[in-house]
Design a binder for this molecule. Structure first.
Ligand code: AHR
Length: 345
């Protein structure tokens, strides 16, 4: 072999060896990078000892809902040791299911969600159960298997309905009209939601104890101002001989009041129709004070602190109750002035 040929072969060997070293070094670097990424993407907060919570809120339909979201965001803050991932389902059950699936694949520590309606959660909550992630219901409940969630934090909706009926009873008694006929219309919230089911059944329970009371019609108003107005206008087109309007949230009440006014009627203590509403947001309490709404059945959105407390108990391995009900009041013109100055929402 010629000297020049030998040199060329040696140079080629050196070049191949250098290339091999480069390829191997690059492979190791990528592997290293990948394992670091997997660690930080899958467990981004473990190092900081944060409790990772996925929260699926059902929407933003009311002041009540905005306050509920804010209460949870404030209580489950970074300062309090939580990493909260918030998803707004915009009133669509499929969005909530998608959000819950996302939380499962991220392996969050807890799933918190306010179910839009009671039915239809079995499959996705079974997936959460199989992944070993505790589910906490807030505000509303689900139908069916109770082993699919750890605990519930929210209102006793059926009791709220009873409170409305009991207030009406006491009001009529006080006016000496308990035995007079009452023609009632109901504006109800999202069909199949715990708030609609509970408030309706609790109220009807009391109505059924009075032979002279009749629910002459009901319409779904979906907990919004626009739908509340539409529903009330429809009811007024069908029948104008109405003594009582029971509206299952303040937004629908505001809409209904517009429709009632446009039809030439008035509500409240000096009005043509008795008006009962649920929630007790500030604007509604002001209308109670002005005598336009007779009675507000409170639905308390401030559930965040209790939620944080329950999660801490679960973290400590303590057993928790299956349901926690928040405290709620009934507001009328007699007591509303005591609460208005401090009403934050
Ligand atoms: O489930 C609670 C109800 O939902 C509140 O009454 C209402 O304002 C909200 O949309």
């Amino acid at each position: 072999m010629m000297r020049n040929e030998k040199r060329l072969i040696r140079a080629l060997i050196v070049l191949i060896a250098m290339l091999l070293i480069l390829v191997m070094a690059n492979g190791r670097f990528e592997q290293n990078q990948q394992s670091q990424m997997t660690e930080s993407e899958d467990y981004p907060f473990e190092e900081e000892n944060m409790i990772v919570v996925g929260f699926s809120q059902l929407g933003t339909e009311s002041v009540w809902r905005a306050t509920h979201t804010q209460s949870i965001q404030q209580a489950l803050s970074k300062e309090n040791g939580f990493f909260l991932q918030y998803e707004n389902a915009k009133q669509k059950q499929e969005n909530q299911i998608k959000a819950i699936r996302g939380f499962i694949s991220q392996r969050v520590d807890y799933i918190v969600f306010a179910p839009l309606m009671e039915d239809g959660w079995e499959t996705v909550l079974t997936e959460a159960k199989e992944a070993g992630i505790p589910v906490i219901l807030v505000d509303r409940k689900i139908s069916g298997a109770e082993d699919l969630y750890t605990t519930f934090i929210g209102s006793d909706m059926k009791e709220e309905g009873r409170q409305a009926g009991r207030w009406l009873e006491a009001y009529q008694r006080k006016r000496g009209r308990l035995n007079e006929p009452l023609r009632i219309v109901a504006l109800t919230g999202t069909l199949g939601s715990t708030s609609q089911i509970g408030r309706s059944s609790g109220f009807y329970e009391i109505v059924s104890q009075h032979d002279n009371w009749e629910i002459i019609a009901q319409e779904y108003g979906d907990f919004t101002v626009v739908k509340g107005k539409e529903a009330m206008a429809k009811l007024l087109r069908q029948n104008q001989d109405i003594d009582v309007v029971v509206s299952q949230n303040d937004e629908m009440t505001f809409g209904a009041m517009e429709a009632i006014q446009e039809a030439g009627f008035t509500t409240g203590i000096y009005g043509d129709m008795i008006l009962i509403s649920y929630d007790g947001v500030r604007d509604a309490l002001e209308l109670v004070d002005r005598g336009k709404i007779n009675c507000e059945i409170e639905c308390n959105p401030l559930q965040g602190e209790l939620l944080a407390e329950v999660i801490r108990k679960l973290e400590a391995g303590e057993t928790v109750e299956k349901e926690y009900f928040v405290e709620e009041l009934v507001f009328t013109r007699e007591n509303v002035k005591d609460y208005l100055p401090t009403r934050a929402y």
